[in-house]
Design a protein around this ligand. Sequence first.
Ligand SMILES: O=C(O)C(=O)C[C@@H](O)[C@H](O)[C@H](O)COP(=O)(O)O
Length: 381
Amino acid sequence: MSTRRITVDMARTSDVILGRGLVQQVAETWTRPLYLVYDAFLEEQAEALWQRIPPTAHVGRLGIPLGESRKTLATVESVYADWGRHAVTRDVHIVALGGGVLTDLAGYAASTYLRGLSWTAIPTTLLAQVDAAIGGKVAVNTPWGKNLVGSFHLPEAVYIDADWLNSLPLAEWRVGLGEIIKSALIAGDPLYSRLEQDRPPLGTVTDDWQWLIETTATIKVDVVNQDLYESGPRMFLNFGHTVGHALERVVGYGRIQHGAAVAIGSLVALILSETHRGLDPRVRQTVVGWLRDWQLPTKWPASVTFGAIWDALSHDKKARQFGSQWVLLDAVGRPVIVRGIAREQVQAAIERLKDEYGVFVLADGSGDREATAQRPTPDVN
Ligand SMILES: O=C(O)C(=O)C[C@@H](O)[C@H](O)[C@H](O)COP(=O)(O)O
């Protein structure tokens, strides 16, 4: 029998557009039917944005109270229900306004409703601007693991306006720092050397911050361009997240900030990089200095046992039937995927972290309420 191969080959693009004040300008030009999903804590800003969109484009809007603990399928269902009420059809474009939790959740709802609606992300937190909103990974958490139910659904556009960050509480700036540090470690210079020279204070958007945001976003775009579906180099973006996500699951979603969990996870990955790949220990010293400067943790949460972490690691999305895979470093800018790290070796790395930096008691209220504490942004009116 002769065989024939015909191939579906579809190019997909996703524009990341950076600039101050750009969202307000662009909203006035939106004419197709639009539905706005936003973090309920951004009610005032969402109202201002809605007023800028021509009324003929208005289909509906929904503010959802969010936080990592509400990034669930139940919340997605409440979004579907509202889309059903508004008779959302395939030509309706979804606009998602908020932090990483909101863009992950709204993007996931958009990827599944009517088998996929087009969407645009307007990230309003540092985490979302440098990482979460870029690259089309959309997901919700399950009791078994972080972001376990999700898909790859590229937003048509991501509008990164750093002015949103001027109203962000310091704790929420810190949530995003873990991703900037991760990007510096996997991509190296110029980001790494810039952070070595200077770590700008949190709280106000300056030219230094604009540079850090644009550079980190560009690193992410470059990696996603090589490997949208994470079968290779995109795994590097998960540096520090293997143990980070396990910590979030073990202590309970929203009970530890994502940035704090990634900071601790990055130190474990650096220790393993030293023992398994010969990474220069001075890299870890440098990173510990950055974490201390920016008041991110270096210690291990006292209540978290190794057994619980090990169980949680089995749900890491990089794991395969043959076992776990880790993102480690041969050197700054030279990440590598490593298989076959034994339980005792992971345990030894965590014990070493505890010995060298100590443990801390996770206080109530140290959790992640990304975006929820954001105050009205003066420039959206
Ligand atoms: O976009 C990616 O790819 C990343 O891995 C970026 C991570 O920083 C981000 O937290 C992502 O959501 C984690 O991906 P996951 O597949 O482990 O859920």
